[in-house]
Design a protein around this ligand. Sequence first.
Ligand SMILES: NC(=O)c1ccc[n+]([C@@H]2O[C@H](COP(=O)([O-])OP(=O)(O)OC[C@H]3O[C@@H](n4cnc5c(N)ncnc54)[C@H](O)[C@@H]3O)[C@@H](O)[C@H]2O)c1
Length: 330
Amino acid sequence: MSISVLVAGGAGFIGSHLVDRLLRRSDVERIEIVDNLWTGRRENLSHIDDPRVSLTIQDIERADLGRYDEIYHLASPATPLSYMAEPVRTISANVCGAIHMLRALKPGGLICYTSTSEVYGDAEVSPQPESYRGSVDCTGPRASYDESKRCTEALLLEASRVHGVRVKIARVFNTFGPRTRPDDGRAVSNFIAQALRGEPLTVYGDGQQTRCWGYVDDIVDALERFFWRDGVEFPGPLNIGNDRQISVADVARYIAANYGGQAGVNFLPPVPQDPDNRLPDLALARAHLAGWRCQVSYEEGIDRTVEWFRRELAATCDPRSGLHRVGGIV
Ligand SMILES: NC(=O)c1ccc[n+]([C@@H]2O[C@H](COP(=O)([O-])OP(=O)(O)OC[C@H]3O[C@@H](n4cnc5c(N)ncnc54)[C@H](O)[C@@H]3O)[C@@H](O)[C@H]2O)c1
């Protein structure tokens, strides 16, 4: 069988790792990536030299699309720095992007969406199961992201209920690893970039807020299993993340101690509506993805990410590093 695939947001952090996994499939004939490079980077795909892959630089909601057997919708910034700066663009990428892509799905095709743990808002329960309806402020500073994710979930599940479209929705929790942008503004990338520059690490608030830091290989492994590999029929939403809670301050201290020399940690006022905790209830994920579990500790994940950041920084000093190839596109 010859499968045609669309990956919206494929030049991003998680999207580019998902493309790597898709390329392992012998049934995939072509992969069209549409990405406007808002928060993604062409370099995330520079290692790919496969004629099945093409990259179109465009807004997904306006792209001239073909027809696809499988569509992966990851087109959305994930960092508050970007979605708080451009809320309308964020809503458009998620919601209008999904509406546009639904029209490009072949009959019987599958559309997969990366939603987020942010749909739970400032959660009043911990851990958060998929059945928890969340505590989201639709007038708050994070609303463009949280609410467009919620709306897109509703849109896809209604398309499934009313029109029989095959959908899969993953609620992804905090993910980090190679190919995050050093200027992405989230805790791990911030801390690493600051440590490597010899600057103090910035923690917003008292640092006692906890997160579950999922290393990208573990998270993409779960996405791959859910979306195509394990024959899962469940549409979701399905929580995907690491369920080991670590405080932001502990992560900062680990990076400062191992990579930051004498730089130390600076505490600044908290970011508005930064949730106190994020903890996935993974019971459903374990039921549907037999044998899956996060294997990479946050310490190991950080060590690998630091190595990647170091190589990136060295490469950006190489004038030839501007030449990157994706399929036939330079
Ligand atoms: N990284 C995380 O911790 C995390 C957590 C929960 C959910 N997610 C979700 O996973 C997906 C990928 O996140 P990521 O961390 O890889 O972020 P990312 O910013 O690295 O990737 C998003 C990609 O989408 C592209 N994009 C944005 N708007 C677009 C548009 N209108 N048209 C075409 N391309 C567009 C960006 O340029 C980027 O390449 C997002 O949907 C995000 O909401 C990520």
